[in-house]
Design a protein around this ligand. Structure first.
Ligand SMILES: [Zn+2]
Length: 227
């Protein structure tokens, strides 16, 4: 059956026609991870330290992440990134983000990036670290010029409820993901919205996003089938 893919959500989704990548904090993975093992690929997570969650226990969180990152129920590291509106010291944000880039590299998993007003810094850190799996900028609302830059660099853009229409128009279908994030709406609504702007049928969009997913996560699914 063709599935709608929600690449970034903070909610648990249990509908048959939707595959959702639920985002959780490292310290919350323990219980969720045990459940996920039973369900195999049906319960998958992205796990990371969001800049807003950097606190006194961040070293512990990083250690937990290191321990669990290779778990097959974790498909991606994130959301992680940099946020200039966040009161946490920017150098500390960089340090924690960088540690997670290398963590993702170690387990060869994609990164889901949270970026607020720090595209140059994020691109620089990624350039230095040279990730060995896909990089997905979630909740992309930037202008076309930025979209173009990120696409050229080989990254994927994930669009949610709010986006710049011109940016979406110039993003090739083979670089697109869709997401609900923390919004109370169904992923189907985002598919309809995006299909309209792109001038394609929802079915075609489902197919393209499915191919993108396959391309980005193939290695990890191969791993899961061996478990
Ligand atoms: Zn989010």
């Amino acid at each position: 059956m063709k599935k709608y893919i929600d690449i970034h959500t903070h909610r648990k989704e249990n509908r048959e026609n939707v595959f959702s990548l639920q985002n959780i904090n490292p310290e919350d993975f323990k219980n969720e991870g045990a459940k996920a093992r039973k369900h195999k690929v049906e319960s998958c997570f992205s796990v990371g330290i969001h800049p807003w969650y950097i606190d006194n226990s961040v070293e512990d969180k990083l250690n937990i992440l290191k321990q669990i990152a290779s778990n097959p129920a974790i498909l991606a590291i994130g959301e992680t990134g940099l946020d200039k509106l966040c009161p946490v010291d920017f150098n500390l944000q960089k340090e924690i983000f960088n540690a997670q880039i290398f963590n993702a590299k170690e387990v060869k998993k994609p990164l889901i990036i949270h970026c607020v007003k720090a595209y140059n810094e994020i691109q620089q850190l990624l350039k230095n670290a040279q990730p060995n799996a896909s990089v997905i900028f979630h909740g992309f609302r930037g202008k076309p010029q930025l979209a173009e830059e990120l696409i050229k660099a080989g990254f994927y853009l994930s669009f949610g409820k709010l986006f710049n229409e011109e940016s979406l128009k110039i993003t090739p279908l083979d670089r697109i993901f869709l997401e609900t994030d923390d919004k109370e709406l169904k992923i189907e609504e985002i598919y309809s919205l995006v299909a309209e702007v792109k001038g394609v049928l929802v079915d075609e969009l489902i197919e393209k996003v499915g191919e993108n997913f396959e391309r980005c996560f193939r290695n990890i699914f191969a791993e899961i089938s061996r478990v």
